[in-house]
Design a protein around this ligand. Structure first.
Ligand SMILES: Nc1ncnc2c1ncn2[C@@H]1O[C@H](COP(=O)(O)OP(=O)(O)OP(=O)(O)O)[C@@H](O)[C@H]1O
Length: 332
């Protein structure tokens, strides 16, 4: 499992360190991460004044990708700009000689998502970052977490969710729908079944964290469902969503002080994904449609806490990994 962001259960920021040898593509990756986030987060980019090899005011990768950057002399210069950004990108971090670790830890604890790129080990100790989030002033008393799962079709999300929810401490969050109840389905077990009018009223009030219209019916996740499981029942929850749903639910959890652990699911290969979809009886045109969605949404996989490549035949193993990780998030 790839850990994308070093975060703990307080969810108050992150530091992602991109390191490696010269010409290994560190700046290119930093630029890619910036491009992924720039349209929906306020982003600030910095570079050391000393690094004027290609440009004074731009970060330039070896592939000649470039983005505008603010040149700074000292890491502390970020102080003047920090309120204008939620995400902070710093290239060539090893050029700064002062204690960048302490400064960036403080910044991350102000809820900033930080990405730094730095040269190879021979340049010194820059890569010895240890992000130690401080306790929030109002510590999170809820030791339970919401497991948020997103990812491509046929990657095992539904199977893993079902296996996780067999655990008495993990509850699958129930969605709300306006579609008619089918035989055997139960209100509050399969879905909360409500009328179109009720759905639209709640939607207008902003109570749905995400919703879609499929086949003329609404489907959505109501905020009160998260409150019920994590707040009232004090259980862990699990939910499958798309990228936008993940963002809204993560934001809601942050506002409410609930822990959220997010996973982006992948299969070992695209062929395996297709094989799984075929096995399940998904039609060819639908497979193509889903692969296109996966390609589009997959660009945002780095926003998730973990990228989980589910090995072939490894669904139970994936469940175990998630459960193990869940233990680390429990606040005693
Ligand atoms: N890693 C895996 N190894 C073996 N079989 C798998 C694996 N991942 C998924 N499958 C199989 O593929 C099928 C589809 O899995 P599942 O419905 O859990 O995927 P999904 O990610 O929820 O897809 P969708 O988003 O389309 O609903 C199931 O039959 C499941 O058993």
């Amino acid at each position: 499992m790839e850990e994308v962001n070093k975060k703990n259960n307080h969810k108050i920021g992150s530091i992602t360190v991109i390191t490696g040898n010269m010409f290994s593509g560190k700046t290119g990756l930093l630029i890619a991460k910036y491009n992924q986030s720039k349209n929906y987060r306020k982003c600030l980019v910095f570079k050391p004044v000393l690094d004027n090899r290609y440009s004074e005011t731009e970060i330039v990768s070896h592939d000649k990708d470039k983005i505008k950057a603010i040149p700074i002399n000292s890491i502390q210069d970020i102080e003047r700009y920090k309120d204008q950004g939620e995400n902070i990108y710093i290239d060539e971090i090893h050029f700064f000689k002062e204690d960048v670790n302490t400064y960036l830890n403080n910044l991350a604890n102000q809820n900033k998502e930080i990405v730094v790129a730095g040269g190879s080990e021979k340049y010194g100790s820059y890569c010895r970052f240890h992000y130690k989030p401080v306790s929030k002033t109002t510590p999170n008393k809820n030791k339970n977490s919401l497991i948020i799962i997103a990812g491509g079709s046929g990657t095992g999300k539904t199977t893993v969710e079902a296996l996780l929810s067999q655990d008495p401490n993990i509850t699958k969050l129930i969605s709300t729908t306006t579609r008619p109840k089918r035989e055997g389905e139960e209100h509050g077990k399969d879905y909360y079944f409500i009328s179109k009018e009720e759905f639209e009223t709640e939607l207008e009030k902003g109570r749905f964290l995400e919703h879609v219209i499929y086949d003329g019916n609404y489907y959505g996740v109501h905020g009160k469902v998260i409150d019920l499981v994590l707040g009232t029942q004090r259980k862990n929850g699990v939910i499958i969503v798309d990228v936008e749903g993940f963002r809204q639910i993560k934001k809601y959890c942050q506002e409410k002080g609930y822990n959220a652990i997010s996973y982006w699911f992948k299969s070992e290969s695209m062929e395996k994904m297709v094989e799984h979809m075929k096995k399940r009886g998904t039609s060819e045109p639908e497979i193509i449609r889903r692969l296109i969605i996966e390609e589009k949404e997959g660009k945002f996989s780095s926003e998730f806490d973990y990228i989980l490549t589910v090995k072939e035949g490894g669904l139970a193993e994936a469940v175990q990994e998630i459960k193990e990780k869940l233990k680390n998030y429990e606040v005693s």
